[in-house]
Ligand binder design. Structure first.
Ligand code: ADP
Ligand code: MG
Length: 558
């Protein structure tokens, strides 16, 4: 029977992992909590029982756009479904409710706020309801993302009105705390918890530390020009700026954030879904409930505030099961923006103690995100470990596993950097200290006459990227720390001071690939130059008339 529904109503031949188990549990009358990654196919797990049970299924869903999409696609499959939410006019609402009362719909999507409306409760009390399904159930927990206070009313709604209805809940958030909250705060009775693995094998993970984010982004997008992709930024103004620059560069990009009008958001979303504009630049307001199966890449232009958010957003790539890429750009400066967000969120009606606790909690979540961005080992393993899922320590399919590492001795460089921090009296942040030892020029360097410093240029042989790696190592190793304010000044810890007085051997893994690729490109460049010299002699033309150096460089790195 469930196979018939799967095939006839949805056109699929087989269930995906977890789906059958969940459907069986629901049909057996057990409260069911399903935890599956984004794109795993959770909707089907309540839609199929909904069609098999005699009465109506209510689906509580947090987002209007999500309800609309789901209802539209159900209707396209010939399934009678509707939504009741604040976008309906009073007339439309009354009409939909009347149709529902006559049993016209098998599946009705409602916003959690609806559970308090008198007319809706009257309907509920006399309707033939078989099941209540809670989508995005983590919204009930303050520990999850997107906490929605109105989700807390679900429990008493269910307890007061249920006539032995089935009860099931769905989420992609898998941390233990959120899981406990969902069971307790939704009032699930001894639920069967079904978790499918968190690993999305078709996703390739990468972290990059681009020196010039925009040109790197443009390069990545151009290399994937026929593909559909999402670019996430934290701030609305970044969305606008990036979208405009991409458009100017000829990329068919569109944009989405909460500050745009409803019309523009809808139009842009449709442009993206129907591939008229295959590149979407958006804040995290975009995506929940958007079912575009063939998103081939998700690039985070800046880091989101938690690994939960990251995995959910990145997980919007490759829902069709085909290979897709999730690329994160890391910049130390993102931390400042996120810190501002964390400290300036809406604390209305929250007392001082709780405010402190929330900030501390968000900060811990952010630290986990940062650790991922700076992780030198397998990225997939890092994500899965965070969600409590055992996995091999190498996946051989992320940027870190594919890079080659070498172990380098860094005690001298560490000593120099510590000395430089001392020389500026621990009053500056990473950028300045590293520019100092690298011997770069900048306004600040000149302003403070740091080019006169004994440390100026002492580590000029290193690339900036290598120096950042070393400093990161120093932070992780507890030799220095950054102040917890917006300035992020570098401070030497007692451990760092001890090392400075008496240096010992320190080794660190550093990856070679970029350098190796550069070295290879340099060799090719030299080779091409030699050929050019020969040609220029033979045909008696100046070398630049054949190819200029820039062209040769481009050819060499291609
Ligand atoms: P989730 O809510 O878990 O993020 P969705 O329910 O939106 O995921 O489903 C993601 C995609 O997977 C949808 O395009 C859906 O049609 C598809 N899908 C779900 N179940 C199956 C299945 N058994 N076979 C093939 N595709 C499926
Ligand atoms: Mg879903």
């Amino acid at each position: 029977m469930k196979y018939d529904v799967l095939k006839k109503q949805f056109g699929y031949d087989t269930f995906r992992p977890g789906q059958e188990e969940i459907i069986d549990a629901i049909l057996a009358g057990q409260d069911t909590l399903a935890i599956m990654p984004t794109g795993a196919g959770k909707s089907l797990c309540y839609q199929i029982p909904a069609l098999m049970l005699p009465g109506i299924t209510l689906v509580v869903s947090p987002l209007i756009s999500l309800m609309k999409d789901q209802v539209r696609s159900l209707n396209q499959n010939g399934i009678r479904a509707a939504y009741l939410n604040s976008t309906l006019t009073p007339g439309q609402y009354a009409k939909a409710l009347a149709l529902a009362q006559r049993g016209e719909y098998k599946i009705i999507y409602v916003a959690p706020e609806r559970l308090e409306s008198a007319s809706f409760l009257r309907f509920v009390d006399q309707a033939d309801i078989s099941m209540v399904a809670i989508d995005e159930a983590h919204c009930v927990s303050q520990w999850g993302q997107n906490f929605r206070p109105s989700y807390l009313r679900i429990k008493s709604f269910f307890e007061t009105h249920s006539k032995r209805w089935r009860f099931c809940a769905f989420t992609a958030t898998a941390t233990a705390q959120v899981e406990r909250d969902m069971i307790e705060l939704l009032g699930m009775r001894d639920p069967q918890v079904v978790k499918t693995g968190y690993d999305r094998k078709n996703l390739f993970f990468a972290v990059e530390y681009p020196a010039n984010s925009f040109s790197r982004l443009l390069e990545l997008v151009r290399q994937r020009s026929s593909q559909s992709g999402i670019i996430y930024c934290i701030r609305r103004k970044d969305v606008e700026m990036l979208c405009e620059k991409l458009q100017q560069a000829g990329v068919p990009a569109t944009r989405y954030h909460a500050g745009l009008s409803d019309e523009e958001r809808n139009a842009n979303q449709e442009d993206f879904i129907f591939d008229r504009k295959p590149v979407m630049v958006a804040t995290n307001a975009f995506g929940m409930g958007i079912d575009k199966p063939d998103v081939r890449y998700v690039i985070h232009y800046s880091m989101p505030s938690s690994l939960e958010n990251y995995y959910q957003e990145a997980g919007r790539a490759g829902r069709d099961g085909q290979a897709a890429e999730c690329i994160l750009f890391y910049h130390a400066k993102d931390e400042r923006v996120l810190r501002f967000f964390i400290e300036n969120q809406d604390f209305d009606g929250v007392d001082e103690a709780e405010k402190k606790e929330r900030i501390a909690k968000d900060w811990r979540r952010f630290e986990a995100m940062k650790n991922y961005a700076l992780c030198p080992d397998c990225l997939r393993h890092a994500i899965l470990a965070y969600f409590g899922e055992p996995s091999p320590t190498r996946c051989e399919a992320c940027s870190n596993c594919l890079h080659e590492y070498e172990t380098v001795e860094i005690s001298e460089s560490v000593h120099t950097i510590l000395g430089a921090i001392k020389s500026v009296r621990q009053k500056f942040g990473a950028t300045l200290v590293l520019s100092l030892v690298k011997g770069s020029r900048s306004q600040k360097i000149e302003q403070y006459h740091l080019d006169q410093s004994a440390f100026y240029g002492n580590l000029s042989g290193f690339t900036m990227r290598q120096l950042q790696d070393i400093l990161r190592f120093m932070v992780q190793d507890g030799l220095v720390e950054t102040t917890n304010d917006t300035y992020r000044l570098l401070k030497i810890t007692p451990k760092g001071n001890a090392f400075f007085k008496q240096p010992a051997s320190l080794t660190m893994r550093q990856y070679k690939k970029a350098e190796a690729a550069q070295a290879a490109a340099d060799d090719v460049f030299e080779g091409l130059r030699a050929i050019r010299t020969r040609l220029s002699k033979k045909y008696r033309v100046p070398p630049y008339a054949i190819f200029n150096d820039r062209t040769l460089r481009e050819m060499a790195s291609a």
